[in-house]
Ligand binder design. Structure first.
Ligand SMILES: [Mg+2]
Length: 133
């Protein structure tokens, strides 16, 4: 069976937790996404500066080195992937994260601690379709 890859959505995961990266990559690959993972903001920015154009970027906030919000600021300042849907992965117990995410103008946020991969997939698709509408 030949697969139609032209509509395949590209998603970039940015998280310092490689266990989560593996889990999300597996889940989204199975759902037909083309996935890439970066374990730091610097590695993600390098991919984007090199011309990688994902449709969706899922970004952890708390990471060693540059945090996810500063990474999104850099994406905005450098006008990298202007059409990408950017979703922050926030931790439970950090209510400030949501307010800070709104300031850098992201498309949505998902609370990581309570979200299993299939729910993350559902949330991502919900956020993407509401952006298109
Ligand atoms: Mg983290």
């Amino acid at each position: 069976m030949s697969e139609n890859t032209t509509n395949q959505k590209k998603i970039l995961f940015v998280d310092d937790d490689t266990f989560l990266l593996d889990m999300y990559t597996l889940k989204f690959s199975k759902a037909g996404y083309e996935t890439k993972a970066a374990d730091s903001s610097d590695n993600a920015l390098k991919l984007l500066r090199d011309g990688y154009m994902p449709d969706v970027i899922l970004v952890d906030i708390v990471m060693p080195g540059m945090d996810g919000l500063d990474m999104v600021k850099a994406i905005r300042t450098e006008r990298l992937v202007p059409n990408a849907v950017i979703i922050m992965l926030t931790n439970q117990g950090f209510p400030d994260d949501i307010a800070r995410s709104k300031k850098v103008n992201v498309d949505g946020y998902i609370v990581k601690a309570t979200t299993i991969p299939s729910e993350v997939l559902t949330e991502v698709e919900k956020i993407c379709s509401s952006k298109k509408a």
